[in-house]
Design a protein around this ligand. Sequence first.
Ligand SMILES: Cc1ncc(COP(=O)(O)O)c(C=O)c1O
Length: 423
Amino acid sequence: MYHQWFTSDIEQTDKEIYDVLINELNRGRNGLEMIASENYVSKAVMQAMGSVLTNKYSEGYPGKRYYGGNEFIDVAEQLAIDRAKKLFGADFVNVQSHSGSTANMEAYFALLELGDSILSMSLDQGGHLTHGHKVNFSGKFYKFHFYGVDRKTKMIDMEEVRRIAKEVKPKLILAGFSAYPRELDFKYFKEIADEVDAYLMADIAHIAGLVAAKEHPDPIPHCDIVTTTTHKTLRGPRGAMIMGKEEYETAVNRAVFPGMQGGPLDHIIAAKAVSFKEALQPDFREYAKSIKKNAKALAESLVEHGADVITGGTDNHLLLLDITKYGIGGKQAEKVLDKVGIFTNKNMIPFDTRSPFDPSGIRIGTPALTTRGLGTSEMKEIGELIVRTLANPDDEAILETVKQSVNEMSEQFPLYPGFTLLR
Ligand SMILES: Cc1ncc(COP(=O)(O)O)c(C=O)c1O
């Protein structure tokens, strides 16, 4: 098998990295991955990534390259483009962006001049670093204004977005988030963008898989440009892409190459194509439905066991937990959950009074465990295990009982069972 020869070579030539591969696989196998931005790709996606395509240089686009010998690379990139267009219904797609951050940079570069103003969701209320944080390129190169969530409902108040948009008159409005458990109303965003004569861009990095499966309202008909990572709910390789209306195709393609990037990652683009084909299959729709069902079941269980779930639940693949009542910060919460084998990340909650390095919340997501086959009954159990852990962070005996349950559940749902890496 492919992975047998692949890993056995590494075992001979580079023992240190071989050990990293083994240890990381086993870490995943012995725990529950609940980081909302992570997932498990198929073996087919992994095989495309670990392939001869990594050797090629192919600056340019299919049919228009700066190097020879790209006849097969062109086929892979065109397949990725065609499949992504079919999946999302966009006029054009550029599949070369190396990452979500790069894709956002390229989208801004395509539509804006340096110093132009953008209205986006603030990072401390759910936005992403590339949506204008002052330490990020975005906050340094553009003038950002922010909307957030309502203090009471913790949901986006679209009338407030409209009010701010009218006040600051941004050149671009950005709809997107890294930590928001509810749906985005792209139609409403478009109405506002039209009223203030702004471009509308969506960053669907987190929800792309749900959008592709029609399990989240569709941004494509309303937005000028849509960026997304490919490795979260979409379950493709680490990377990103940019989609949009026909009139922006040339500007986006120029912004990607030669604007921001050199040679594309052809092995990754082939893996994107493989993952898009997977996402076009009917069972991907079932997968996306299950992600949401699992997130809902988890939120219900957490609430049932007394936890403070921000907004009281979730409409998508993630939820935010306010852990204030357990008397610990996000840093300790993440650490103690790690210790019992439940992997989450510390996260700011709206109107957080603590620092981003030790905030009042954790973010929990279901895409990876849903891929692994866990269902709503496991989510119910995990909700209780999370609360038991957070309520007893220093009680080794109790933590041991949780670890035991996590181990049993992990064994019941083997991760990459076909892989022969185990020693
Ligand atoms: C909304 C959003 N946009 C962009 C990114 C950046 O993606 P990457 O980590 O691939 O640069 C993320 C990643 O977490 C994200 O959540």
